[in-house]
Design a protein around this ligand. Structure first.
Ligand code: ZN
Length: 436
């Protein structure tokens, strides 16, 4: 495998040139895949089989294939070349392994920095995404470090960084950028207020919220931007391969097809095409440690090669989400994204940040956190909007602020205890070896 860095600086203009660039690289990606036990077995290389000459002859790799290959079946480099090891556990609970070399991190970090945030040495990026096992936290960390920015490794699944501490870090360090899922900045806003701060005016250095990992409606995106007076930039990626696409200033999400070949699988026919609607199937072109060929991410997308006023020659991807996120209510499919769009279209003055809903057979039941003064209007308007837009009945009840997001979570102190074995005569020794 040639080092990835030189090729990463290539430029192209036009989709033909992009496809030529993909074809140039695909041979290397196929060769690299032949080093992993999984693809060696798949193509029976030990029995005299040969690797396919082009991607068109390669069958789909599934999430089950990855699970079955745990722990080293997908590894295509000697162990001493592996820089980091990651795992993701899908809905089945079975782990899938993921490996990265140093060069893989160059590719992943560079893709992170394609988000139009203009990250540089003067920036301070707060990473508020898990570091444990999955790629996501490290992606922001590596990307920002590659640009010389200061990284604040705040994690999001750690006892060390409750929300009160996050607000302090955002405020006192003059944090300019954050990397998190889009629910986090909603919670920070509530935590900032609990600390006596106004998210819109007391964080003047914060210029962009970089978000990923959750479906985000346009209404919630706009509300976040308004709450923090900051840009909201969304990254689309996958835990197995890192960042895959981000939106340009014209709101079109461009897929990084110079690094990862996207294709679309029609689940009904099994046919794979370069454009169209279906399951997104990807082939990373620069992955060393864990090559994947036509890997099915099981995300339903629409992919199209269309010119964009921004001048990008990367295909546009539109996400339809995962089918499991919709529920049947009185014969209509209702998704969280659709409901979210309506919740965050309520007037900002109502102050609704947190809500939940349950899909019953014949109706939706929802609760929104809202102050008394706006409770009647908020509930009536949301129920009417759900009826009008989604065609189902929705019983909306107000709950007092602090119900769905408890005050103690917003203001808990950030101290983490260390393990101890010796205690004073009056101390509680029941949690001596635990960290909290
Ligand atoms: Zn564009």
């Amino acid at each position: 495998m040639t080092p990835t860095q030189p090729a990463l600086s290539r430029r192209w203009s036009g989709f033909e040139e992009l496809h030529a660039l993909q074809r140039e690289r695909i041979g290397t990606a196929l060769c690299q895949a032949a080093h992993s036990p999984f693809y060696r077995d798949r193509f029976r290389l030990r029995q005299g089989g040969t690797m396919p000459g082009s991607l068109a002859d390669v069958p789909v790799t599934t999430k089950d294939d990855l699970r079955a290959a745990y722990p080293f079946g997908m590894l295509a480099v000697p162990r001493e070349r592996v820089a980091t090891y990651h795992e993701s556990s899908g809905s089945s609970g079975r782990a899938t392994s993921s490996f990265c070399t140093e060069d893989d991190w160059v590719d992943i970090g560079e893709r992170f920095n394609r988000m139009p945030a203009g990250i540089g040495p003067a920036d301070t990026l707060l990473v508020r995404i898990p570091y444990a096992m999955v790629l996501a936290g490290h992606i922001g960390h590596f990307g920002a470090r590659a640009k010389g920015a200061t990284v604040v490794p705040a994690d999001s699944r750690s006892f060390a960084t409750p929300y009160g501490r996050v607000v302090r870090l955002l405020h006192d360090l003059g944090t300019t950028l954050t990397w998190s899922n889009p629910t986090e900045p909603l919670i920070w806003a509530a935590a900032a207020r609990a600390a006596g701060l106004d998210p819109r005016t007391d964080f003047p250095h914060l210029r962009a919220l970089l978000v990923c990992g959750e479906p985000l409606s346009e209404a919630r995106r706009e509300r976040l931007a308004e709450l923090w007076d900051a840009a909201v930039i969304e990254d689309y990626g996958a835990t197995e391969v890192g960042p895959l696409a981000s939106a340009c200033r014209h709101g079109r999400r461009h897929f990084y097809a110079d690094r990862v070949v996207p294709e679309v699988l029609d689940p009904a026919t099994g046919e794979i095409t370069p454009d169209g609607t279906g399951d997104l199937v990807i082939t990373p072109l620069y992955r060393e440690a864990m090559p994947l060929l036509r890997y099915n991410l099981e995300d339903t997308v629409r992919l199209s090669h269309e010119p964009c006023p921004c001048g990008s020659w990367l295909p546009v991807i539109r996400l339809a989400g995962r089918a499991t996120q919709a529920f049947d209510v009185a014969g209509r499919q209702v998704s969280q994204l659709q409901l979210e769009e309506l919740v965050f279209r309520l007037p900002a003055a109502y102050g609704v940040l947190f809500w939940r809903a349950r899909a019953e057979a014949r109706r939706l039941v929802a609760e929104v956190e809202v102050a008394d003064a706006y409770a009647a209007d908020a509930c009536a308007e949301l129920a009417a909007a759900v009826r009008a837009r989604l065609g189902v009945d929705c019983a909306v009840a107000p709950v007092p602020p602090g119900t769905l997001m408890p005050d103690e979570v917003l203001s808990a102190p950030g101290d983490v205890l260390k393990s101890r074995s010796l205690f004073g005569p009056d101390e509680d020794w029941s949690r001596g070896l635990l960290y909290y």
